[in-house]
Ligand binder design. Structure first.
Ligand code: TYD
Length: 227
């Protein structure tokens, strides 16, 4: 009989607009479940009922007057709730958590994109999350010149996305800065980050992600139980 070890492992997916993160988070969750791991797929912003309301406020394209500091506080409010309501309880129950975005998004978007001082981000991070970090971060890397038009096309074709387009309205240079910030973080923390090209078809990107995740050796192998 096959038996699977339960384990607590926190995996995050990161990347710029249009890199296909959400699709890959779902696929990864399905694959982990198929392989017998107990896993939960979640996201930021909006991984809890309260977070969904915060998400609507942050991403509403009509909110042109939102200051970078307000934006920062709202992302951390969402995260404070998400960690306590979803992520930490799941990890305590020895489940794998796959989160579509986490604190690295704040460092890349609000820090390098908007220019909020990193010390403000660090202060909130320490106070509200205890500077909690993922075990593995999968960075789906894509030039902004490819990702941004993809994201804008998706928004114009979907009613939900058309109400969440505040970041897609930013210029290409903003998204270039976000991408560069992610790549710099990956260079600084090579043990946590795995960089995968997001340019291919979803099935190929998934295979590359899975191979890279397996290579980290963070997923325990299946054991065969003696019967
Ligand atoms: P997401 O739902 O992942 O959108 P997309 O699928 O378009 O990438 O994230 C919504 C937006 O929120 C996205 O533009 C990135 C932004 N964001 C931040 O700016 N800071 C953060 O801390 C997080 C979590 C997201």
């Amino acid at each position: 009989m096959l038996e699977f070890r339960s384990l607590s492992l926190f995996i995050t997916l990161e990347g710029i607009e249009g890199c296909g993160k959400s699709t890959q988070a779902k696929r990864l969750g399905t694959r982990l479940t198929r392989e017998g791991y107990d896993c939960v797929v979640t996201r930021e912003p909006g991984g809890t009922p309260i977070g969904k309301k915060i998400r609507q406020v942050i991403l509403n394209p009509d909110h042109h007057r939102m200051f970078p500091e307000t934006e920062l506080a709202l992302y951390f409010a969402d995260r404070a709730q998400h960690l306590r309501e979803v992520v930490w309880p799941a990890l305590e129950a020895r489940r794998i958590v796959v989160s579509d975005r986490f604190t690295d998004s704040t460092i890349a978007y609000q820090g390098k994109g908007r220019g909020v001082p990193l010390r403000s981000i660090r202060a909130l991070d320490r106070a509200l999350t205890g500077a909690f970090r993922p075990d593995v971060t999968l960075l789906l890397d894509l030039p902004a010149a490819i990702g941004l038009p993809r994201a804008r096309r998706r928004n114009s074709e979907s009613e939900t996305h058309s109400k969440e387009g505040r970041f897609e309205e930013e210029a290409l240079e903003f998204h270039d800065r976000v991408r560069a910030a992610y790549l710099a973080m990956a260079r600084r923390e090579p043990k946590r980050f795995v960089v995968v090209s997001a340019e291919g078809a979803p099935a190929r990107v998934h295979d590359a992600l899975w191979t890279a995740l397996s290579a980290t050796k963070r997923l325990p192998r299946r054991r065969r139980k003696k019967t």
